[in-house]
Each structure stands twice: as C-alpha cells, then as structure tokens.
Design a binder for this molecule. Structure first.
Ligand code: ATP
Ligand code: MG
Length: 207
C-alpha cells in the first residue's frame, strides 16, 4: 500500500463517519416530527427564484393529483411560460391573475386597491375550500406593503384555512406579522443577476 492509498483510506473512513453522524441526526429529526398538516410558506428576498419555486410546488402537487389554486397579484406585461402551461395543459388548475390595476407602471391608488380587493376575493375563496391541497398567492406581499389589502384580513384568512391545505406566499417584504404566522420562511439572496450584466430576460427561464 502506498502512502497515498493510506491517506485516501483515512479520508474515506473519516467521510463515512461524518455521513453516518449526519444520517443519525437527520433520522432523529425525522422521528421528532409527529404532526401531519398543511404548511404556510413565505418565499421572499431580493434574489431570483421566488415565484418559480412556488410553481415547482404546484408541479409536485399536480404530480399526486392534488388540486392546486394559484392567484397572481401582479399582472406583468409579459405573458409567462407558467401561465401558458397551466392555461393550455392544466386547465384543471384554478388560476386567477389580477385583471387590471396594479402593475409596476400604474400610479392610480384607488384602482389599484379595487383590483387588489377583487383579486383577494379569489384567494379568500380558495383559502376556505378544503378540496385545495395547495394555494399559491404569488406576489401577495406587495399588496400588504402598499397597504392595498387589510393585513389582519389577509392574516386571518391564512390562519383559518383548512388544516390540510398548504399555502405559498411570494414576494419581497410582507411584514413581520406574516413572517410570524407562516411555518417556513426562505429568503432568497441576490448575489448576482444576469440582468445587471446586460443580459435580456430569457424566455423559459425568467418568464
Ligand atoms: P422568478 O419568477 O424567476 O422565480 P422571482 O419571483 O424571485 O423570480 P420577481 O421579483 O417576482 O422575482 O421578478 C420576476 C422577474 O424578475 C423574473 O424575470 C426574474 O428573473 C427577475 N428578477 C428577479 N429577481 C431579480 C433581481 N434581483 N435582479 C434582476 N431581475 C430579477
Ligand atoms: Mg415573483
């Protein structure tokens, strides 16, 4: 056996021991979880990946044949791949997009509020319907940041949703009360983004 073989052997034994310890820890953590219920998730932060992660969970749920409802609180000017996919390939998904009003271009507060409330009515309906396994409220946080929707009304609908239903809220900010209410918060950090290096938003990746 060469010295390098010996070294590799030691490294491999050390690696195995580390992995074994990690597995024991994970197994113990899994054992500790004893609650079976839907969860509320907030995907926030300045980095890219909030809405696309939410849509990833929609795919997961659909894979099991669960019912999914999606409400989008900001209508982008750009049609998105996820919208096309759902409208054309998965018409069984409840999909509602804010019809008019708030976009990054509008400045009319009254019409923004009216649009936010009309859109919220769809969300509220889904949050009361226990046939929905997963509800996605995409870009909802902005409606709270701009005070277009009453915070307590939104929080109480989230809190009182059916026990088996999971809900995903996306968007920057949203306030500390929302963070406190949800079970999981992931903050996506903006380390760098191609857009700032002059790369155009990419079809099928950014929209
Ligand atoms: P995605 O839909 O790609 O998951 P997101 O939901 O995290 O992104 P939004 O703020 O909703 O982010 O913006 C959606 C669009 O803006 C996407 O085209 C995304 O690539 C782009 N975008 C997101 N974050 C940034 C950023 N930090 N800088 C530049 N563009 C961004
Ligand atoms: Mg988004």
């Amino acid at each position: 056996m060469t010295k390098s073989d010996d070294n590799n052997g030691q490294k491999s034994a050390k690696h195995n021991a580390t992995m074994q310890k990690r597995k024991e820890k994970i197994d113990a953590n899994i054992k500790r979880t004893d609650e079976e219920r839907g969860v509320a998730i907030l995907l926030t932060g300045n980095g890219k990946g909030k809405s696309s992660s939410a849509f990833g969970m929609a795919i997961r749920s659909l894979g099991y044949g669960y019912k999914v409802g999606i409400v989008q609180f900001i209508k982008g000017k750009q049609l998105s791949g996820e919208e096309l996919f759902i409208r054309e390939k998965h018409p069984e998904v409840y999909f509602h997009q804010m019809a008019t009003g708030f976009t990054w271009d509008t400045q009319d507060r009254d019409s923004d509020i009216a649009a936010a409330e009309a859109t919220w009515a769809h969300a509220e309906k889904l949050l009361q319907d226990d046939s929905y396994h997963l509800v996605i409220l995409d870009e909802l946080t902005y409606m709270l940041s701009y005070k277009y929707l009453d915070e307590e009304r939104v929080l109480s609908a989230l809190r009182n949703r059916p026990a088996e239903q999971s809900v995903v809220v996306t968007g920057r900010g949203g306030g500390s009360a929302l963070r406190d209410l949800v079970d999981t918060v992931s903050e996506i950090q903006d380390i760098k983004h191609a857009f700032r290096a002059g790369v155009k938003a990419r079809k099928g990746v950014d929209y």
